[in-house]
Design a protein around this ligand. Structure first.
Ligand code: ZN
Length: 247
């Protein structure tokens, strides 16, 4: 596949490295597109979620740095992001703001950056606040505070709290398979950023003010064991129960 991508890049170069050449080669490279999309789907969060909004299904290959801007990066692996059609075609489009002084991109690159370094999620409202200029421009360009996403994050927060409490009950009762199913459901849900933020409040006063009075204890148990032991039913199931029960 690397050779095929190199071949296509060479074709773009031979045609003058124009935006049109990049577009034509990308459109013609069906095999490469299928392969790239398959790899991106394996890396996407949850049930193949969009890497920008973390909500909708990822259906499109987006060129993080637009083809029109850098035609020779059309087939670069690290320039491909799995996005939903809405984020790709209606929101980000060909936007790619850069720092005028340094030339550095002012968008969070999901393949490189940790969004938590640039954004802070308010659990109750679902709103994202920016920590850095990169976070600020990303909220604008990706439309990360559009009402559907804010409401979706707030709703997801309530669901995650209930599901973590349910998981903890199942673990304490020794219902290993049920607990594993709950854990899988949690891991495959949209808005993994909400779950990650919730995990970050474990052991802090904020865990106590969230709706469910059983949540702080359940959350402490949830974060105390490695991810893989929460979701793989066959992995030392009995041992996992002992570890997870926390008592
Ligand atoms: Zn999206």
């Amino acid at each position: 596949m690397t050779k095929l991508c190199d071949f296509r890049t060479e074709k773009i170069r031979e045609a003058g490295a124009t935006s049109q050449a990049a577009h034509e080669q990308w459109k013609a490279a069906k095999a490469a597109r299928i392969h790239i999309k398959g790899l991106l789907e394996q890396m996407a969060p949850g049930r193949v979620r969009c890497m920008y909004c973390l909500d909708n299904q990822g259906t499109d290959i987006d060129h993080f740095e637009p083809k029109a801007r850098t035609p020779l990066r059309t087939f670069c692996w690290d320039n491909h992001v799995l996005a939903c059609s809405y984020c790709n075609s209606n929101v980000k489009r060909d936007l790619f703001p850069c720092d005028p002084a340094t030339g550095a991109c002012l968008l969070i690159d999901p393949t490189v950056d940790d969004p938590a370094d640039h954004l802070k999620l308010l659990l109750k409202s679902g709103e994202l606040k920016w920590r850095t200029s990169k976070g600020r421009r990303s909220i604008e360009v990706f439309g990360l505070n559009r009402p559907m996403l804010r409401q979706g994050r707030a709703d997801a927060c309530g669901v995650f709290i209930s599901e973590i409490v349910r998981w903890h009950d199942q673990v304490r009762l020794g219902k290993v398979e049920a607990a594993t199913r709950t854990a899988v459901r949690l891991r495959q849900s949209g808005f993994p950023d909400v779950l990650r933020t919730l995990e970050g409040v474990a052991g802090t006063p904020l865990a106590s003010v969230l709706e469910d009075r059983y949540f702080p204890e359940a959350l402490a148990a949830w974060v105390a064991i490695p991810n893989c032991q929460r979701v793989i039913p066959s992995m030392r199931a009995g041992h996992t129960v002992t570890l997870s029960a926390g008592s």
